[in-house]
Ligand binder design. Structure first.
Ligand code: F6P
Length: 359
């Protein structure tokens, strides 16, 4: 028995912990061989890029960020893009990938990915490949699991940044805006904002009014606060306005968000006259050592993925439904994204404690 494992899409802290758990469970418990696919689905095109994984060469990676296998978020075999003579060509290379998986002798494939990679995994499963999904993303926007691995580490990183911004903001009597990642979901902004004691939290799920944000900051100044901290999710947008997009394709697909922090900071300065600064946290949230929670969650996900293979339960994604790890059909897992409910408990608690969402 030989199984394959790949990491697809943007990286997240804990990827190596999943890879290690897959390898060790497959090798020690079942005596199987494991093939690592290099650079996500790209590694399954011709010529394939693989490396044999053993308990020996996956030693010492539990606490290391990134992925030893490499990843890419541009390698969709169902719509593979190449540039020939300056022109972009989009081709369906899925049958080549299916053929290569068979040629590599893989009896199952573990796909560690977010929404996009799990959709590709589900597509391959429909073409007859025995696939198991593992939910990864710092954005925590996958519906079918309580939490994705990588999210908690990103929240820790953003919270640490907020702790540091508080002290400098106070010294200089400034408003400091922190822009965090999360794509169309406000989970990182909400949880880090609460853990890091932000005064204003702006998330995509609650379009904000700049007047309300300014009102809150002026009120704080009047009450004697020397500084204020504003957390802005990269996907936040003013009511009736648009998200800040940095890069998109000709047909409107958003490749990169970013810039809302800067825009909010400028507006705050204009509305209030307060000295305002902005910090864009960016990929710091994706890098570095996974926190213990993510190491454990990733390890449980990886080990359970192998158990699903042993039970021949293919086309499933491992899912954390506290306190247990179980699984859900991939089809269901990719059917919708998970967003912050505008009137959920944490939002209500925050508002009850004086935090403004700009509404
Ligand atoms: O999905 C993870 C994520 O980090 C998002 O929060 C962010 O919008 C995006 O990926 C950034 O992608 P890239 O690394 O391609 O800039």
């Amino acid at each position: 028995m030989r199984i394959g494992v790949l990491s697809g899409g943007g990286d997240a802290p804990g990827l190596n912990a999943v890879i290690r758990a897959v390898v060790r469970t497959a090798v020690f418990k079942y005596g199987w061989d494991v093939t690592g696919i290099v650079d996500g689905f790209e590694g399954l095109l011709t010529p394939t890029k693989t490396r044999q994984l053993t308990s020996w060469n996956t030693r010492g990676i539990l606490f290391i960020g990134g992925t030893i296998l490499g990843t890419t978020n541009r390698g969709n075999p169902f719509a593979h893009k190449t540039v020939i003579g300056g022109r972009e060509i989009v081709e369906d290379m899925s049958s080549m990938v299916v053929g290569n998986i068979r040629e590599l002798g893989l009896n199952a494939l573990v796909v560690i990915g977010g929404d996009g990679s799990l959709k590709i995994g589900n597509g391959l499963h429909k073409l007859g490949i025995p696939v198991i999904g593992v939910p990864k993303t710092i954005d925590n926007d996958l519906m079918a699991t309580h939490v994705t691995f990588g999210f908690q580490t990103a929240v820790d990183t953003a919270t640490e940044a907020l702790d540091k911004l508080h002290t400098t903001a106070e010294s200089h009597q400034r408003v400091i805006v922190l822009e965090v990642m999360g794509r169309y979901a406000g989970w990182i902004a909400l949880e880090a904002g609460m853990a890091g004691s932000a005064d204003v939290i702006l998330i995509p799920e609650i379009p904000f009014s700049m007047d309300k944000v300014a009102e809150k900051l002026l009120e704080r100044k009047k009450a004697g606060s020397k500084s204020s901290i504003v957390v802005v999710a990269e996907g936040a947008k003013p009511s009736g306005g648009k998200m800040a997009v940095r890069e998109e394709t000709a047909d409107g697909y958003v490749i990169r968000l970013g810039g809302m922090g800067e825009s909010v900071a400028n507006e705050i300065a204009n509305h209030t006259g307060f000295e305002t600064r902005v910090t864009v946290l960016g990929h710091v949230q994706r890098g570095g050592s996974p926190c213990p929670f993510d190491r454990l969650l990733a390890t449980r996900y990886g080990a359970h993925a192998v158990e699903l293979i042993a039970q021949k339960k293919f086309g499933e994604m491992v899912s954390y439904q506290p306190p247990i790890i179980t699984s859900v059909p991939l089809e269901k897992a990719i059917s919708s994204l998970k967003f912050v409910e505008p009137d959920s408990e944490l939002v209500k608690i925050a508002e009850g404690m004086g935090v403004s969402f700009g509404r």
